[in-house]
Design a protein around this ligand. Sequence first.
Ligand SMILES: [Zn+2]
Length: 364
Amino acid sequence: MKIKKHLKIFISCIFLVALISGCATIPVGENIATYFIGGVTYYPLVTLCDLRGVTMQYDPLIRTVYLSKDLQHSSLRVGDALVLVNDNTLRLNNPIDIYQGTIAVPLQYKEQVFDVLFRQAVLVHRRPGVGKIRLTKVVIDAGHGGNDPGAIGKNGLKEKDVNLDIAKRLSNLLKAEGVQTVLTRSTDKFIPLSMRVSIANRSKADLFISIHSNAARSRSLCGFEVYYVAPSVSDSKRAVLTSRTTALNLKGADFASNSQELKTIIWDMIYTNSRAESIELSRSLCKVMDSSIDADILGVKNARFQVLKGITMPGVLIEVGFVSNFNEERLLKTSSYREKLADGILEGVRDYSRDMALVEVTTK
Ligand SMILES: [Zn+2]
Protein backbone atom coordinates (compact mmCIF):
# COMPACT_ATOMS: atom_id res chain seq x y z
CA MET A 1 0.00 0.00 0.00
CA LYS A 2 2.74 2.38 1.05
CA ILE A 3 4.90 1.56 -1.95
CA LYS A 4 1.96 2.12 -4.29
CA LYS A 5 1.33 5.51 -2.73
CA HIS A 6 4.97 6.51 -3.14
CA LEU A 7 4.93 5.41 -6.72
CA LYS A 8 1.84 7.49 -7.34
CA ILE A 9 3.50 10.57 -5.84
CA PHE A 10 6.66 9.88 -7.83
CA ILE A 11 4.71 9.67 -11.10
CA SER A 12 2.80 12.84 -10.23
CA CYS A 13 6.15 14.59 -9.59
CA ILE A 14 7.50 13.57 -12.96
CA PHE A 15 4.34 14.85 -14.59
CA LEU A 16 4.57 18.11 -12.66
CA VAL A 17 8.23 18.60 -13.57
CA ALA A 18 7.33 17.98 -17.18
CA LEU A 19 4.58 20.56 -16.99
CA ILE A 20 6.70 23.17 -15.21
CA SER A 21 9.61 22.76 -17.59
CA GLY A 22 7.23 23.44 -20.45
CA CYS A 23 7.34 19.96 -21.88
CA ALA A 24 3.96 19.83 -23.52
CA THR A 25 4.43 16.69 -25.52
CA ILE A 26 4.50 13.27 -23.97
CA PRO A 27 7.92 11.71 -24.46
CA VAL A 28 6.81 8.96 -26.79
CA GLY A 29 9.29 6.15 -26.93
CA GLU A 30 10.67 6.43 -23.42
CA ASN A 31 8.76 3.57 -21.88
CA ILE A 32 7.26 1.73 -24.82
CA ALA A 33 8.03 -1.91 -25.38
CA THR A 34 9.77 -2.39 -28.71
CA TYR A 35 10.11 -5.43 -30.93
CA PHE A 36 13.02 -6.50 -33.05
CA ILE A 37 11.85 -7.94 -36.32
CA GLY A 38 14.56 -8.88 -38.79
CA GLY A 39 17.06 -6.68 -36.99
CA VAL A 40 14.79 -3.63 -37.14
CA THR A 41 13.16 -1.88 -34.16
CA TYR A 42 9.37 -1.82 -34.32
CA TYR A 43 6.81 -0.08 -32.12
CA PRO A 44 3.29 -1.22 -31.28
CA LEU A 45 1.12 1.28 -33.16
CA VAL A 46 -1.79 1.17 -30.72
CA THR A 47 0.48 2.32 -27.85
CA LEU A 48 1.87 5.22 -29.89
CA CYS A 49 -1.68 6.27 -30.75
CA ASP A 50 -2.83 6.07 -27.12
CA LEU A 51 0.02 8.30 -25.97
CA ARG A 52 -0.56 10.96 -28.59
CA GLY A 53 -4.36 10.86 -28.70
CA VAL A 54 -4.34 9.73 -32.31
CA THR A 55 -7.51 8.07 -33.62
CA MET A 56 -6.84 4.69 -35.17
CA GLN A 57 -9.26 2.87 -37.45
CA TYR A 58 -8.58 -0.51 -39.02
CA ASP A 59 -10.28 -1.97 -42.04
CA PRO A 60 -9.52 -5.70 -41.75
CA LEU A 61 -10.62 -6.52 -45.28
CA ILE A 62 -7.98 -4.38 -46.93
CA ARG A 63 -5.68 -4.59 -43.90
CA THR A 64 -5.39 -0.84 -43.81
CA VAL A 65 -4.97 1.42 -40.78
CA TYR A 66 -6.16 5.02 -40.82
CA LEU A 67 -4.60 7.37 -38.31
CA SER A 68 -5.90 10.84 -37.72
CA LYS A 69 -5.62 13.71 -35.33
CA ASP A 70 -6.95 17.18 -36.00
CA LEU A 71 -6.37 17.66 -39.70
CA GLN A 72 -3.36 15.36 -39.99
CA HIS A 73 -3.71 11.84 -41.27
CA SER A 74 -1.72 8.85 -42.34
CA SER A 75 -2.71 5.48 -43.81
CA LEU A 76 -0.70 2.28 -43.63
CA ARG A 77 -1.25 -1.19 -44.96
CA VAL A 78 0.02 -4.29 -43.22
CA GLY A 79 2.80 -5.87 -45.26
CA ASP A 80 3.36 -2.71 -47.27
CA ALA A 81 6.30 -0.28 -47.00
CA LEU A 82 4.43 2.44 -48.87
CA VAL A 83 2.55 4.73 -46.50
CA LEU A 84 0.34 7.76 -46.98
CA VAL A 85 1.21 10.89 -45.04
CA ASN A 86 -1.58 13.40 -45.42
CA ASP A 87 -1.87 13.27 -49.19
CA ASN A 88 1.72 12.30 -49.98
CA THR A 89 3.25 8.87 -50.28
CA LEU A 90 6.40 7.78 -48.53
CA ARG A 91 8.28 4.52 -49.03
CA LEU A 92 9.78 3.13 -45.83
CA ASN A 93 12.80 0.87 -45.71
CA ASN A 94 10.76 -1.78 -43.91
CA PRO A 95 7.09 -2.75 -44.18
CA ILE A 96 4.33 -2.38 -41.61
CA ASP A 97 4.13 -5.66 -39.73
CA ILE A 98 1.98 -7.59 -37.30
CA TYR A 99 3.74 -8.89 -34.20
CA GLN A 100 2.05 -10.83 -31.40
CA GLY A 101 -1.30 -9.86 -32.80
CA THR A 102 -0.66 -6.13 -32.84
CA ILE A 103 0.23 -3.81 -35.70
CA ALA A 104 3.87 -2.76 -35.48
CA VAL A 105 5.55 0.16 -37.24
CA PRO A 106 9.29 0.46 -37.87
CA LEU A 107 11.37 3.05 -35.99
CA GLN A 108 11.70 5.03 -39.23
CA TYR A 109 7.92 5.54 -39.41
CA LYS A 110 7.72 6.54 -35.76
CA GLU A 111 10.51 9.09 -36.05
CA GLN A 112 9.97 10.49 -39.53
CA VAL A 113 6.19 10.41 -39.72
CA PHE A 114 4.33 9.73 -36.49
CA ASP A 115 6.32 11.97 -34.14
CA VAL A 116 6.39 14.81 -36.66
CA LEU A 117 2.83 14.57 -37.94
CA PHE A 118 1.06 14.16 -34.63
CA ARG A 119 3.30 16.36 -32.50
CA GLN A 120 1.04 19.32 -32.41
CA ALA A 121 -2.22 20.29 -33.96
CA VAL A 122 -1.37 22.24 -37.08
CA LEU A 123 -4.51 23.91 -38.29
CA VAL A 124 -4.29 24.35 -42.00
CA HIS A 125 -7.09 26.51 -43.27
CA ARG A 126 -7.60 25.49 -46.83
CA ARG A 127 -8.67 28.08 -49.30
CA PRO A 128 -11.93 26.74 -50.64
CA GLY A 129 -12.55 26.63 -54.35
CA VAL A 130 -8.99 25.80 -55.33
CA GLY A 131 -8.50 23.16 -57.99
CA LYS A 132 -10.86 21.64 -60.46
CA ILE A 133 -13.06 18.75 -59.39
CA ARG A 134 -11.74 15.80 -61.35
CA LEU A 135 -14.99 13.93 -61.62
CA THR A 136 -17.39 13.56 -64.50
CA LYS A 137 -20.61 12.50 -62.86
CA VAL A 138 -22.01 12.30 -59.33
CA VAL A 139 -25.23 10.63 -58.18
CA ILE A 140 -26.98 12.52 -55.41
CA ASP A 141 -29.55 10.57 -53.47
CA ALA A 142 -31.96 12.53 -51.29
CA GLY A 143 -33.10 10.05 -48.65
CA HIS A 144 -36.78 9.17 -48.12
CA GLY A 145 -39.60 11.12 -49.85
CA GLY A 146 -43.32 10.93 -50.52
CA ASN A 147 -45.17 8.91 -47.90
CA ASP A 148 -41.84 8.16 -46.19
CA PRO A 149 -40.92 11.36 -44.30
CA GLY A 150 -37.83 9.93 -42.58
CA ALA A 151 -37.09 11.48 -39.20
CA ILE A 152 -39.35 14.25 -37.92
CA GLY A 153 -38.19 16.99 -35.55
CA LYS A 154 -40.06 18.16 -32.50
CA ASN A 155 -41.06 21.32 -34.32
CA GLY A 156 -42.22 19.41 -37.36
CA LEU A 157 -39.17 19.56 -39.63
CA LYS A 158 -39.25 16.55 -41.97
CA GLU A 159 -36.03 14.81 -42.93
CA LYS A 160 -37.21 14.18 -46.52
CA ASP A 161 -37.50 17.95 -47.13
CA VAL A 162 -34.08 18.77 -45.67
CA ASN A 163 -32.46 15.96 -47.69
CA LEU A 164 -34.02 17.03 -50.98
CA ASP A 165 -33.17 20.70 -50.52
CA ILE A 166 -29.50 19.98 -49.72
CA ALA A 167 -29.34 17.47 -52.63
CA LYS A 168 -30.60 20.12 -55.06
CA ARG A 169 -28.22 22.74 -53.71
CA LEU A 170 -25.30 20.31 -54.01
CA SER A 171 -26.38 19.43 -57.54
CA ASN A 172 -26.37 23.12 -58.54
CA LEU A 173 -22.94 23.67 -57.00
CA LEU A 174 -21.49 20.64 -58.79
CA LYS A 175 -23.04 21.64 -62.11
CA ALA A 176 -21.49 25.09 -61.74
CA GLU A 177 -18.12 23.29 -61.55
CA GLY A 178 -18.83 21.36 -64.73
CA VAL A 179 -19.72 18.09 -63.02
CA GLN A 180 -22.81 16.23 -64.28
CA THR A 181 -25.29 15.18 -61.63
CA VAL A 182 -28.00 12.57 -61.40
CA LEU A 183 -30.64 12.94 -58.70
CA THR A 184 -32.42 9.76 -57.60
CA ARG A 185 -35.39 12.02 -56.89
CA SER A 186 -35.94 15.71 -57.59
CA THR A 187 -39.45 15.92 -56.16
CA ASP A 188 -41.24 14.80 -53.00
CA LYS A 189 -41.69 11.26 -54.27
CA PHE A 190 -41.20 7.82 -52.71
CA ILE A 191 -38.43 5.85 -54.41
CA PRO A 192 -37.66 2.32 -53.20
CA LEU A 193 -34.06 1.57 -52.25
CA SER A 194 -33.64 -0.97 -55.05
CA MET A 195 -34.58 1.69 -57.59
CA ARG A 196 -32.09 4.17 -56.09
CA VAL A 197 -29.38 1.52 -56.48
CA SER A 198 -30.28 0.79 -60.09
CA ILE A 199 -30.44 4.51 -60.98
CA ALA A 200 -26.95 4.88 -59.50
CA ASN A 201 -25.48 1.85 -61.23
CA ARG A 202 -27.00 2.67 -64.60
CA SER A 203 -25.65 6.23 -64.47
CA LYS A 204 -21.99 5.08 -64.62
CA ALA A 205 -21.15 7.88 -62.21
CA ASP A 206 -17.88 8.30 -60.33
CA LEU A 207 -19.48 8.82 -56.96
CA PHE A 208 -22.66 8.17 -55.05
CA ILE A 209 -23.68 10.54 -52.26
CA SER A 210 -26.75 9.77 -50.18
CA ILE A 211 -28.04 12.61 -48.02
CA HIS A 212 -29.92 11.97 -44.79
CA SER A 213 -30.70 13.71 -41.53
CA ASN A 214 -30.37 11.94 -38.24
CA ALA A 215 -32.67 11.36 -35.30
CA ALA A 216 -31.93 9.97 -31.88
CA ARG A 217 -33.91 9.18 -28.76
CA SER A 218 -31.54 11.44 -26.84
CA ARG A 219 -32.36 15.01 -27.83
CA SER A 220 -28.91 16.17 -26.81
CA LEU A 221 -27.21 14.17 -29.56
CA CYS A 222 -26.08 16.34 -32.47
CA GLY A 223 -23.46 16.54 -35.19
CA PHE A 224 -22.40 15.58 -38.70
CA GLU A 225 -21.33 12.09 -39.69
CA VAL A 226 -20.44 10.09 -42.75
CA TYR A 227 -20.92 6.38 -43.34
CA TYR A 228 -19.26 4.19 -45.93
CA VAL A 229 -20.25 0.65 -46.79
CA ALA A 230 -19.07 -1.72 -44.10
CA PRO A 231 -16.58 -4.48 -44.71
CA SER A 232 -18.46 -7.71 -44.39
CA VAL A 233 -17.90 -11.36 -45.04
CA SER A 234 -20.65 -11.34 -47.61
CA ASP A 235 -18.55 -9.18 -49.95
CA SER A 236 -17.11 -12.13 -51.86
CA LYS A 237 -20.60 -13.60 -52.13
CA ARG A 238 -21.81 -10.27 -53.41
CA ALA A 239 -19.01 -10.22 -55.97
CA VAL A 240 -20.05 -13.66 -57.21
CA LEU A 241 -23.67 -12.58 -57.50
CA THR A 242 -22.86 -9.33 -59.26
CA SER A 243 -20.49 -11.01 -61.70
CA ARG A 244 -23.38 -13.25 -62.77
CA THR A 245 -25.81 -10.42 -63.27
CA THR A 246 -23.69 -7.51 -64.44
CA ALA A 247 -21.67 -7.38 -67.62
CA LEU A 248 -18.16 -6.02 -67.31
CA ASN A 249 -16.66 -3.59 -69.74
CA LEU A 250 -12.97 -3.26 -69.07
CA LYS A 251 -11.25 -0.33 -70.67
CA GLY A 252 -8.16 -1.40 -72.54
CA ALA A 253 -8.21 -4.85 -71.03
CA ASP A 254 -8.06 -7.87 -73.28
CA PHE A 255 -8.90 -11.10 -71.54
CA ALA A 256 -8.55 -14.38 -73.32
CA SER A 257 -10.73 -16.02 -70.78
CA ASN A 258 -14.07 -14.69 -69.76
CA SER A 259 -14.64 -17.17 -67.00
CA GLN A 260 -17.00 -16.74 -64.11
CA GLU A 261 -14.06 -16.93 -61.73
CA LEU A 262 -12.22 -14.11 -63.45
CA LYS A 263 -15.31 -11.93 -63.37
CA THR A 264 -15.74 -12.64 -59.67
CA ILE A 265 -12.16 -11.66 -58.96
CA ILE A 266 -12.55 -8.42 -60.89
CA TRP A 267 -15.77 -7.54 -59.09
CA ASP A 268 -14.10 -8.27 -55.80
CA MET A 269 -11.35 -5.83 -56.77
CA ILE A 270 -13.88 -3.17 -57.70
CA TYR A 271 -15.60 -3.50 -54.34
CA THR A 272 -12.36 -3.36 -52.40
CA ASN A 273 -11.20 -0.37 -54.39
CA SER A 274 -14.56 1.35 -54.03
CA ARG A 275 -14.45 0.89 -50.31
CA ALA A 276 -11.00 2.45 -50.00
CA GLU A 277 -12.20 5.35 -52.14
CA SER A 278 -15.35 5.67 -50.05
CA ILE A 279 -13.29 5.87 -46.88
CA GLU A 280 -11.11 8.55 -48.49
CA LEU A 281 -14.18 10.56 -49.46
CA SER A 282 -15.65 10.20 -45.97
CA ARG A 283 -12.44 11.49 -44.46
CA SER A 284 -12.30 14.44 -46.86
CA LEU A 285 -15.90 15.35 -46.03
CA CYS A 286 -15.30 15.30 -42.28
CA LYS A 287 -12.06 17.23 -42.62
CA VAL A 288 -13.66 20.02 -44.62
CA MET A 289 -16.81 20.14 -42.48
CA ASP A 290 -14.72 20.40 -39.35
CA SER A 291 -13.51 23.81 -40.44
CA SER A 292 -16.62 25.00 -42.25
CA ILE A 293 -19.54 24.28 -39.91
CA ASP A 294 -19.91 24.94 -36.23
CA ALA A 295 -21.24 21.46 -35.43
CA ASP A 296 -19.70 18.40 -33.83
CA ILE A 297 -18.05 16.14 -36.35
CA LEU A 298 -18.98 12.66 -35.23
CA GLY A 299 -16.64 11.20 -37.80
CA VAL A 300 -16.40 8.40 -40.31
CA LYS A 301 -18.32 5.25 -39.53
CA ASN A 302 -19.20 2.12 -41.34
CA ALA A 303 -22.58 0.56 -41.49
CA ARG A 304 -24.58 -1.83 -43.60
CA PHE A 305 -27.01 0.58 -45.15
CA GLN A 306 -29.02 -1.20 -47.81
CA VAL A 307 -28.73 1.72 -50.22
CA LEU A 308 -24.92 1.65 -50.13
CA LYS A 309 -24.61 -2.12 -50.34
CA GLY A 310 -25.64 -2.61 -53.93
CA ILE A 311 -23.85 0.27 -55.60
CA THR A 312 -20.80 -0.45 -57.75
CA MET A 313 -19.01 2.89 -57.28
CA PRO A 314 -17.51 4.62 -54.25
CA GLY A 315 -20.36 5.81 -52.11
CA VAL A 316 -21.12 7.46 -48.82
CA LEU A 317 -24.17 8.20 -46.75
CA ILE A 318 -24.06 11.58 -45.05
CA GLU A 319 -26.09 12.36 -41.97
CA VAL A 320 -26.04 16.17 -42.09
CA GLY A 321 -27.39 16.71 -38.58
CA PHE A 322 -30.02 15.65 -36.05
CA VAL A 323 -33.57 16.89 -36.56
CA SER A 324 -34.23 15.46 -33.08
CA ASN A 325 -31.86 18.04 -31.57
CA PHE A 326 -33.51 21.38 -30.86
CA ASN A 327 -30.59 23.51 -32.06
CA GLU A 328 -29.85 21.47 -35.17
CA GLU A 329 -33.51 21.33 -36.16
CA ARG A 330 -33.55 25.13 -35.96
CA LEU A 331 -30.38 25.34 -38.07
CA LEU A 332 -31.50 22.75 -40.62
CA LYS A 333 -34.64 24.80 -41.22
CA THR A 334 -32.62 27.73 -42.53
CA SER A 335 -31.51 27.96 -46.14
CA SER A 336 -28.21 29.52 -45.08
CA TYR A 337 -27.24 26.42 -43.08
CA ARG A 338 -28.38 24.08 -45.85
CA GLU A 339 -26.26 26.03 -48.32
CA LYS A 340 -23.33 25.84 -45.94
CA LEU A 341 -23.73 22.06 -45.74
CA ALA A 342 -24.01 21.70 -49.53
CA ASP A 343 -20.94 23.88 -49.94
CA GLY A 344 -19.02 21.80 -47.38
CA ILE A 345 -19.92 18.58 -49.21
CA LEU A 346 -18.75 20.16 -52.48
CA GLU A 347 -15.42 21.09 -50.90
CA GLY A 348 -15.11 17.57 -49.46
CA VAL A 349 -15.65 16.11 -52.92
CA ARG A 350 -13.06 18.52 -54.32
CA ASP A 351 -10.56 17.53 -51.64
CA TYR A 352 -11.17 13.86 -52.37
CA SER A 353 -10.98 14.20 -56.14
CA ARG A 354 -7.64 15.97 -55.95
CA ASP A 355 -5.53 12.85 -55.58
CA MET A 356 -7.79 10.06 -56.49
CA ALA A 357 -7.03 7.55 -59.14
CA LEU A 358 -10.17 6.64 -61.00
CA VAL A 359 -10.91 2.99 -61.28
CA GLU A 360 -10.49 2.14 -64.94
CA VAL A 361 -13.43 -0.19 -64.93
CA THR A 362 -16.97 0.61 -65.84
CA THR A 363 -20.12 -1.45 -65.92
CA LYS A 364 -22.03 -1.99 -69.09
ZN1 LIG B 1 -32.72 8.93 -43.34
